[in-house]
Design a protein around this ligand. Structure first.
Ligand SMILES: Cc1ncc(COP(=O)(O)O)c(C=O)c1O
Length: 449
C-alpha cells in the first residue's frame, strides 16, 4: 500500500469539486461523477436541481418521504427541538420526545406490540430485532435457538445480520460467509403465474410451507426467528401471495418461532395502513421500522416488540442493564421531534387512508405501461409499483440505469435496481401527478428499448 500523502492543512473550504471524495452508497460512482444527478432543494412532490428544475419525486426520496418534502410542521419541529435539546444521552438518561414517540408508535402498532427500541436506520433495526430474538431465547433458557431464517430476494439492510438473512446475491457475495446458522425460505415470485397482477397474487401461499421443511431439517429447538418483509420492496415490489403471511404465522406458532416483519418500507402508509401487519391481519412478534417514521427527515429506525418478548428480558437486579445493546443516537431528540410532527401530519391529513384510496388509480396508471416494448411484468400494491424490463443481454442493468438517468432529465425521479424500475411516490401525490409520472416515463422507456 503506498504511504499516505500528507493532506493540505487547513482543509480547503468546500466548493465546486470533481465529486470524487464522497464514495457514494449503492451508486455507480464513476458513472455518476461523469454525469451527476444532483438535487439541492425539495418541496412537496418535487426535487429541485441546482439549476432550478423541478423534478417530480416518483420514489418518495428512497421510499421514505411519505409526507412529501419540506413539510412546514416537520421543519418547525426539528428547528425547535434543535434549539431546545440538541442531544441527550440515551444510556441511563432520557428525554420526553423519545418516550412520547415510543408511546405513539406502540399505539399505532397492532395487538400487544407495545415496546419500542429506537435506533437510526433500517439496517440497525434489523440487527436489533435479530439480537433481541437471540437474547429472548437465552433469557427463556432456550439458548440453543440461534438459527435465523430469512427469505430469498429479501432485503434487510446492509449489516452483517441483515445481509445474512437477506437474499440478494450482490449484497452478500463480496462479504464473506455472514452469520452462521442462517437459512432462507424461497421467494414468492413466479412470473408464469403472477405476471401483471394488481395487488396480492392468488398463487403462492403454499410457499410458506417450506418453513416446515426448514424446521424438519434443523429442528425447531435450534431456530430463533423468521424474518420477512411483508411485501419485498427492494427486489422489486413482491406483494405477498394471498394467505401466505397467515400461513407463515401459523407455522411459526406451531413451532414456537418468533416472527419478525421487516416493515422498513411497508410501515407508515405505503400499503395504505400504519403497518402491513394491519393490512394483512397478521400480528408478528416484532416489527422493524425506519424511513417514513419521520418522512425521511432525520435518521431514525426502531423495533416494536410484543410485550411478552420484552417482559422475558426484564430480568436480573434492577440496577443492571437488561439488554446490552443500543446506539449513541438511539432516540435522538431531532429524529424523535421530527417523527412526532410527522405522525401528526399522517393523522391530520389522513395520509394512510389517502394511499388506500389512490391505490386503484395508481395501479391502473402504472399498468397502462404494459404494452411498451420489452416490459416483462408490472406489479403494483398500495402506492408501490415495479416494472420489470427485458434488459440488454450484453449489459444487465444498463437499460433500467439509462431509463432512470433519462427520466431524471425528463423531470422524474424513478428508482432502478437491476433491470427493474420502481415507483413509490409520497402519499401526498395527486391523481394528476400520478398521470404525470407515467406520462414522463412512457417516452423514456419507449426511447430505450
Ligand atoms: C425492508 C428493509 N429493511 C431494511 C432496510 C435498510 O434500511 P437502511 O437503509 O435505513 O439501513 C431497507 C432499506 O431499504 C429495507 O427496505
Amino acid at each position: 500500500m503506498p504511504a499516505p500523502r500528507p493532506g493540505p492543512h487547513p482543509a480547503p473550504l468546500p466548493g465546486p469539486n470533481d465529486l470524487g471524495a464522497w464514495w457514494m452508497p449503492f451508486t455507480a460512482n464513476r458513472a455518476f461523477r461523469r454525469k451527476p444527478r444532483l438535487v439541492s432543494g425539495a418541496e412537496g412532490m418535487h426535487y429541485i436541481t441546482p439549476d432550478g428544475r423541478h423534478v417530480l419525486d416518483g420514489i418518495a426520496g428512497l421510499w421514505c418521504c411519505n409526507a412529501g418534502h419540506a413539510r412546514e410542521p416537520i421543519v418547525r419541529a426539528i428547528r425547535a427541538q434543535a434549539g431546545e435539546l440538541d442531544y441527550a444521552p440515551p444510556f441511563q438518561f432520557g428525554h420526553p420526545a423519545a418516550f412520547a414517540l415510543a408511546g405513539r408508535l406502540a399505539a399505532l402498532a397492532p395487538a400487544d406490540l407495545d415496546r419500542v427500541f429506537l435506533c437510526n436506520s433500517g439496517s440497525e433495526a434489523v440487527d436489533t430485532a435479530l439480537k433481541i430474538a437471540l437474547a429472548y431465547w437465552q433469557a427463556r433458557g432456550e439458548g440453543r435457538r440461534t438459527r435465523l431464517i430469512g427469505r430469498e430476494r429479501g432485503y434487510h439492510g446492509v449489516g452483517f445480520g441483515g445481509i445474512s438473512v437477506g437474499g440478494i446475491a450482490a449484497n452478500r457475495r463480496a462479504f464473506g460467509p455472514g452469520l452462521p446458522g442462517t437459512d432462507h425460505l424461497p421467494h414468492t415470485y413466479d412470473r408464469e403465474t403472477q405476471a401483471f397482477t394488481v395487488g396480492e397474487p392468488d398463487w403462492g401461499a403454499h410457499l410458506a410451507d417450506d418453513l416446515e421443511r426448514i424446521v424438519a431439517l434443523h429442528d425447531a429447538s435450534t431456530i430463533a426467528a423468521v424474518i420477512v418483509e411483508p411485501m419485498a420492496g427492494s427486489t422489486g415490489v413482491l406483494p405477498p401471495p394471498k394467505g401466505y403471511l397467515e400461513r407463515l404465522r401459523a407455522i411459526c406458532d406451531r413451532h414456537g418461532l418468533l416472527l419478525i416483519f421487516d416493515e422498513v418500507i411497508t410501515g407508515f402508509g405505503r400499503l395504505g395502513h400504519a403497518f402491513a401487519a394491519e393490512r394483512y391481519g397478521v400480528v408478528p412478534d416484532m416489527i422493524t421500522f425506519a424511513k417514513a417514521v419521520n418522512s425521511g427527515t432525520v435518521p431514525l429506525g426502531g423495533v416494536i416488540v410484543r410485550e411478552p418478548v420484552h417482559a422475558a428480558l426484564m430480568q436480573g437486579p434492577e440496577h443492571m442493564v437488561e439488554l446490552f445493546h443500543g446506539y449513541t443516537y438511539s432516540g435522538h431528540p431531532l429524529a424523535c421531534a421530527a417523527a412526532l410532527a410527522t405522525l401528526d401530519l399522517y393523522r391530520d391529513e389522513d395520509l394512510f387512508a389517502r394511499a388506500r384510496a389512490l391505490e386503484p388509480a395508481f395501479g391502473q396508471a402504472v399498468m397502462s405501461l404494459r404494452g411498451l416494448p420489452g416490459i416483462l411484468d408490472i406489479r403494483t400494491v398500495g402506492l408501490a409499483a415495479a416494472i420489470d424490463l427485458a434488459g440488454r443481454p450484453d449489459a444487465p442493468g444498463l437499460r433500467a440505469f439509462t431509463i432512470m438517468d433519462r427520466a431524471f432529465e425528463a423531470g422524474l425521479v424513478v428508482r432502478a435496481a437491476g433491470d427493474t424500475l420502481a415507483l413509490t411516490p409520497p402519499l401526498i401525490v395527486r391523481e394528476d401527478q400520478i398521470g404525470e409520472m407515467v406520462d414522463r416515463l412512457e417516452p423514456v422507456i419507449r426511447a430505450n428499448p
